[in-house]
Design a protein around this ligand. Structure first.
Ligand SMILES: [Fe+2]
Length: 453
């Protein structure tokens, strides 16, 4: 590989083509914001490229960070950033050219190929923190648990405590281990990351996932509350960690505390951020499955999705399912059907990743929730049962996709298929032996049997 002799390097020694010294400082600030969720990298990068329009990595990072929002509304700005970077190819180094290709692959719906491109970069520049994190997030959006763990594993030999941002790399690896169900390893690595950087919200999050998957709700609550001053104030990721705390409350059948967190922390005011809307919707649905009346909160969250629907419907199936759920929760079936129609259309496009996700998981999942809302419980079971073990293909975490299993259990009970419901609870009990929520599901099955037999 050839390097421009006038090249500089970033704080991790990764080569960057010629730019203003202040641009490199801005890049580091944006990277810290991207890794830590303290501050807004998009705001920083927009100002950076305005100040230095010839800063290749500014455009590349800007495009890549916007791609991680998984929203169609950013596409024009992403395209503009990629084209700006491409127009500077005469001064871009090989790494930057490859990163531009990765961003273009992503933009054009080839998410798998983008991840391969990032891996090519990492083979030569294993300390490219932006590439690691973009690939990690895209592994998450593609539900690729093995790469969530092993992509970091492939570069970790080049990282150690003296390299800036090491804790964030460990945090990603911890989350990867958790998604591969290797909970002890995940916990060990997340704790190591937090010893280095106690304010690393992603590592706290990895620990929360471990505790969620093992039904350790008391420990989970203690973890989040005892460290609140580290991960919560002024942090963009905090609402998701609050969501995890609400899940621990639900696991403990403490529904009022979950509702209070919804109102005060998860989505205290209207938002147009998909990540917030996903968590809010999923939380309401879990409460709904437990018979909690959440009142007009459904209409409020459905209104948020409705505002985005004309642009976002059919862009990413994981988001679409949550839009459907919000509309169904609010009793707005026609709008839910409009989303399903968009998912069906997405399945027919040539956008490789989006169309595959829509086809394999999006359509059956959205159809199942529609069936559930229309009390066609047998249909819901028929639709959910085959996809619950492949649902990772449309992204998200195990904890997030648990909404499918919980809905399947409820559907099976309502469809008088208590054998299936009981088996699903048995499966759940293996992983969460001390869960009051699991016992609650069990009690429901028994009560249903008493009524129907
Ligand atoms: Fe999470």
């Amino acid at each position: 590989m050839t390097h421009n002799l006038s090249s500089k390097t970033d704080a991790r020694g990764v080569v960057v083509s010629e730019c203003k010294p202040s641009s490199l400082e801005d890049y580091e600030r944006a990277l810290y914001q991207f890794q830590s969720y303290f501050g807004d990298p998009l705001e920083t990068l927009a100002a950076t490229v305005k100040n230095d329009p010839e800063f290749v990595m500014g455009h590349v990072f800007n495009a890549s960070a916007m791609l991680m929002m998984t929203e169609r509304q950013y596409i024009p700005a992403i395209r503009h950033s990629i084209e700006s970077a491409e127009s500077l190819s005469h001064k871009s180094n090989d790494r930057e050219k490859e990163l531009i290709l990765a961003a273009r692959d992503c933009l054009e719906g080839r998410w798998d190929r983008a991840c391969v491109a990032w891996d090519r970069v990492l083979a030569r520049y294993p300390r490219d923190a932006m590439a690691i994190q973009c690939a990690h997030l895209m592994d998450f959006f593609r539900g690729d648990a093995v790469n969530l763990r092993d992509r970091v594993g492939r570069v970790i030999q080049h990282w150690h405590e003296s390299v800036p941002g090491y804790s964030y790399i460990l945090g990603m690896q911890a989350f990867g281990f958790e998604e591969c169900n290797q909970y002890d390893k995940a916990e060990e690595i997340a704790n190591k990351a937090l010893e280095i950087e106690p304010r690393d919200g992603w590592s706290v999050h990895a620990l929360a996932h471990v505790m969620e998957m093992q039904g350790r709700y008391e420990e989970g609550k203690d973890l989040l509350l005892s460290r609140e001053q580290d991960w919560a104030p002024d942090n963009g990721f905090a609402p998701h960690n609050w969501w995890h705390l609400a899940l621990f409350h639900i696991e403990h059948e403490d529904f009022p505390s979950a509702v209070r967190l919804y109102d005060e922390k998860v989505i205290p005011e209207d938002s147009d951020l998909t990540t917030r809307m996903l968590d809010a919707t999923a939380l309401l649905w879990r409460l709904h499955l437990q018979g909690v009346d959440v009142g007009d909160r459904w209409n409020r969250i459905a209104d948020m999705w409705a505002r985005k629907a004309p642009v976002e419907n059919g862009y990413y199936a994981f988001n679409d399912l949550h839009a459907v759920i919000s509309f169904l929760g609010a009793g707005r079936t026609a709008e839910a059907r409009t989303v399903l129609t968009a998912v069906e259309a997405a399945a027919e496009t040539n956008l490789e990743s989006a169309s595959r996700m829509a086809r394999e998981v999006g359509i059956p999942a959205c159809s199942a929730f529609l069936a559930f809302a229309e009390e066609r419980y047998k249909d819901a079971v028929e639709l959910l049962l085959p996809i619950r073990t492949i649902a990772h293909r449309f992204g998200g975490s195990h904890a997030q996709r648990d909404i499918l299993t919980q809905t399947l259990i409820e559907s099976a009970i309502c469809a008088d298929n208590t054998g299936l419901a009981s088996n699903l609870i048995s499966e759940r009990s293996v992983h969460k032996p001390f869960s009051p929520l699991t016992r609650r599901f069990n009690a429901k099955i028994k009560a249903h049997k008493r009524v129907t037999h």
